[in-house]
Write a protein that binds this ligand. Sequence first.
Ligand code: FAD
Length: 657
Amino acid sequence: MTEAERHTYDVVVVGAGGAGLRAAIEARAQGMRTAVICKSLFGKAHTVMAEGGIAASMGNVNAGDNWKVHFRDTMRGGKFLNNWRMAELHAQEAPDRVWELETWGALFDRTKEGRISQRNFGGHEYPRLAHVGDRTGLELIRTLQQKIVSLQQEDEREFGDFEARLKVFQECTVTRVLTEPGGGSPEGGPAAGASPGGGARVSGVFGYARESGRFFVVEAPAVVLATGGIGKSFKVTSNSWEYTGDGHALALLAGASLINMEFVQFHPTGMVWPPSVKGILVTESVRGDGGVLRNSENKRFMFDYVPDVFKNQYAQSEEEADGWYTDPEKHRRPPELLPRDEVARAINSEVKAGRGSPHGGVFLDVSTRMPAEEIKRRLPSMHHQFKELADVDITAEPMEVGPTCHYVMGGVDVEPDTAAARGVTGLYAAGEVAGGMHGSNRLGGNSLSDLLVFGRRAGLHAATYVTSLADARPSILPQQVDAAAAEALSPFHVPEADGAAGTLPENPYSVHQRLQQTMNDLVGIIRRAEEMGEALERLAKLRQEAVRAGVEGHRQFNPGWHLALDLRNMLLVSECVARAALERSESRGGHTRDDYPEMDRRWRRVNLVCDLAGTADAASGQISLTRRENPPIRPDLLALFEQGELLKYLTDEELAQ
Ligand code: FAD
């Protein structure tokens, strides 16, 4: 029988970024004994890296803003593929979540009148992003941590124990969400035949402490996944080491579905030089605050790339664009502030046409647009980042930038109001790991607000579910723990050489590199059918190699072992991305097909759903793909758009109605 530390809680939150912490605070506020588990140190989650701000229609800088305008912008940004109910809830609740942060101690930058300042960002009609310089994520996490500490202090006063109702397990990786046998398999694996909202029931999680390698089991009837994104499956990415798609894979393995996985956002502006820092983000606030993009001919090229659907909202000349910064009522927005997918594609085209910068990007310039002191005040991190990493002084010369894998719009298929994962009772997902909210393309700033709105909802509904159970809680069987432990230990037991084929164990780092190269080259920013077919073949081979990815040494801090386990997750999500991208024969948002360059209205109603195929054979695919109809948008929400605009997006049947 496996030796594993055992704990019992009401709600387990996997992930301590913005979504996880907000969910944990809510679950604890509802009286639940709540555990937070995170791979990194507490406070070091990816959310800390968020720079530009949090989108909320508070109307502090332009009183014309309100939730309906925010909803409209979000749907336009996502090219109408968004789950409209999530987009509605998000736009309505984001301002309250920002105010709430302020009451918990967040210190946002202010306007001259003393209100929370809001800045411009791509795709947002009005200045909407509340911010703290370019370190907004840090302030968000700091505030949520502070709130957690204050709740723990309350518990100490009431129970004499800081961790009586809220405990953080840091530097621990969850490798399985366990489900009740009968719904899920005894191994806690795929929940064969799990009905929507129903069959399998969550019973807890299995994982290991990264430092000691010791196993642990947490029994709990509700699990909130808040594990963030998948960027580490791509070679050039702005994402941190944690983004190995764990939550996406955990959900699939437990019997839930993923949707919209073909939509991966390539942020237009990552660093391109020097090679060691390629992909690190250059925040969109650089453009929001006046930065412009130029090619090697010094041309402000974005005017050539305004697509028809956005023609009415964006400036046609430099004069008009520059006028917008001081008088937005009388001018249209600069095309540098188009949604990210449009800007990323434009940069890609310029570089391909031979008009790129020396290191394969384009130029992003603030030095000629603002006094040096203002640049340092508004963009302190960017100034520091370029000086330290590339020896470039952005107050005196332009930056070189190019697209970088940044965000995944696809994720766990959830019920919009409750954040409950369809297919597995007791499983919830919030933040970047959840799908639907952003459709085919996320607007900048809409992630931090998403984390808070749906993090809170996930915590609330997990608590409601647990309360409804009374004492009838699912339990974990010893065989489930044994199976999860055997899986986790498998990299230590790869045979030295396979006699028949003479194959040697694989190095997990090499497998990871080949995976990243495959995704970057073949399922990257511009996609073609043959290349994605080749990617699927390579992924099949990589899956076999990953099974043989062996490690030496002990379980005590062993990064090679950690990576060998992460490979399972990255391979699962990469297959989802490649399969869905091959299936969707149109270009929309974060999915651009060279062979189908136009958006096709018939695809607006289609969500591609990935499930675990249930095959044990690593050579054939692990994922099954089905089409599901996107629910029709409520008429009062459709009425927020001009008829002419709807003609560009909606299907003929929808328009007829
Ligand atoms: P995260 O903050 O990444 O947290 C994930 C947590 O899950 C971590 O604690 C991690 O340790 C844990 N975890 C993962 N796997 C496991 C596992 N198996 N077991 C246990 N724990 C696990 N968005 C905006 O709205 N505005 C911005 O200005 C902005 N700027 C950005 C700048 C950069 C450089 C980047 C990369 C992104 C930016 N984004 C921004 C996007 C935004 O930061 C992320 O989408 C968001 O922070 C994701 O938050 P999350 O809570 O979902 O996940």
